[in-house]
Ligand binder design. Structure first.
Ligand code: ADP
Ligand code: ADP
Length: 231
C-alpha cells in the first residue's frame, strides 16, 4: 500500500453557506485500514471522493505515496485507485469477468493475463470462478455483487482501495461475512484501505485506526479502536 496525506484540504460546494470540509489535515499510514465514521453530512464521502478526485478540493493538497495527486490527470489517477460503492456499481449487462476486466483492458493487458487475474480475484473474494465468471450481476445476490465490486476494484492491483459504505446494502449476516473477507484480503494484499461507514461497530471492527468526524469535516478523534473504546 501507499501512504495518504491530506494537507489543509477544504471543500466548499457552490451555493452552500459553510464548507463541507473546513480544513482537514490527515496522515494515513501505508497498509492501514482507516475507517471514517460520523453523522450523515459530516463530509465523509466528500473527503473520500477528493482522494480519487471525483471531487476537486477547493484548497489544499493530497499526496498518495508521496505524489501530489492534485497535479495528476484524474482519469489516470482513478485507474490506480480501487473504488467500491454501496450498490456495487457493476455494469448490469456485463458478465462478472467483463466487469472485473474493465480497467485492465483500458490499461492494455493481454487476454490471458486478465483471465488469470480474474480467476485469482474471484477466488480471493470467495466466489467460484467456474460458477460466476460468466454470470450477469442481475442474477446474483447483493452480497455476491458486492464481492465482485471488491474484485473489480482490485483488478489492476492498486496500492489504495477506497470504499464508500460498501456493505450498507446487504443483510446483517452477509455484512459480517463481507467484513471478515475484507480483513482477510487486507492481510493477504497489504493495501491501504479507507472505508466510509456510519456504523461505529463496523468502524472499530475493521479499522486499524478510526477517524471520527463531525460537521464540516472536523476531526473529533483519530486513533486505534482500542484507544477510542477505552477513552
Ligand atoms: P457524509 O458522507 O458524511 O454523509 P457528505 O460528504 O456527503 O457527507 O456531505 C457533506 C456536506 O456537503 C453535506 O452538508 C452535504 O449536503 C453537502 N454536499 C455533498 N455533496 C454536495 C454537492 N454535490 N453539492 C452541494 N453540497 C453537497
Ligand atoms: P451519503 O450516503 O454519503 O450521505 P447523500 O445521500 O448525502 O450520500 O448524497 C448522495 C449524492 O448526492 C452524492 O453524490 C452527493 O455528492 C450528492 N449530494 C449530497 N448532498 C447534496 C446537496 N446538498 N446538493 C447537491 N448534491 C448533494
Amino acid at each position: 500500500g501507499d501512504s495518504i496525506t491530506l494537507d489543509g484540504v477544504v471543500k466548499q460546494y457552490k451555493g452552500q453557506d459553510t464548507p463541507a470540509v473546513e480544513r482537514l489535515d490527515l496522515e494515513i499510514e501505508a497498509g492501514d485500514i482507516v475507517a471514517f465514521v460520523g453523522p450523515s453530512g459530516c463530509g465523509k464521502t466528500t473527503t473520500l471522493k477528493m482522494i480519487n478526485r471525483l471531487i476537486e478540493p477547493t484548497e489544499g493538497r493530497i499526496f498518495i505515496g508521496g505524489r501530489d495527486v492534485t497535479r495528476e490527470d484524474p482519469d489516470k489517477l482513478r485507474q490506480s485507485i480501487g473504488y467500491v460503492i454501496q450498490s456495487g456499481g457493476l455494469f448490469p449487462h456485463w458478465s462478472v469477468a467483463k466487469n472485473i476486466g474493465a480497467i485492465p483492458r483500458v490499461l492494455g493487458w493481454d487476454k490471458k493475463r486478465i483471465a488469470e487475474r480474474t480467476e485469482y480475484l474471484l477466488d480471493l473474494v470467495g466466489l467460484d470462478p467456474a460458477t460466476f465468471a460468466d454470470r450477469l450481476p442481475k442474477d446474483m445476490s447483493g452480497g455476491q455483487q458486492q464481492r465482485v465490486g471488491v474484485a473489480r476494484a482490485l483488478a489492476a492491483d492498486p496500492p489504495v482501495l477506497l470504499m464508500d459504505e460498501p456493505f450498507g446494502a446487504v443483510d446483517p449476516i452477509t455484512r459480517v461475512r463481507l467484513q471478515d473477507s475484507l480483513i482477510a484480503i487486507q492481510h493477504e494484499l497489504g493495501k491501504t484501505i479507507v472505508i466510509v461507514t456510519h456504523d461505529f461497530e463496523e468502524a472499530t471492527k475493521l479499522g486499524d485506526k478510526v477517524l471520527i468526524l463531525s460537521e464540516g469535516g472536523h476531526v473529533e478523534q483519530y486513533a486505534t479502536p482500542e484507544r477510542i473504546l477505552t477513552d
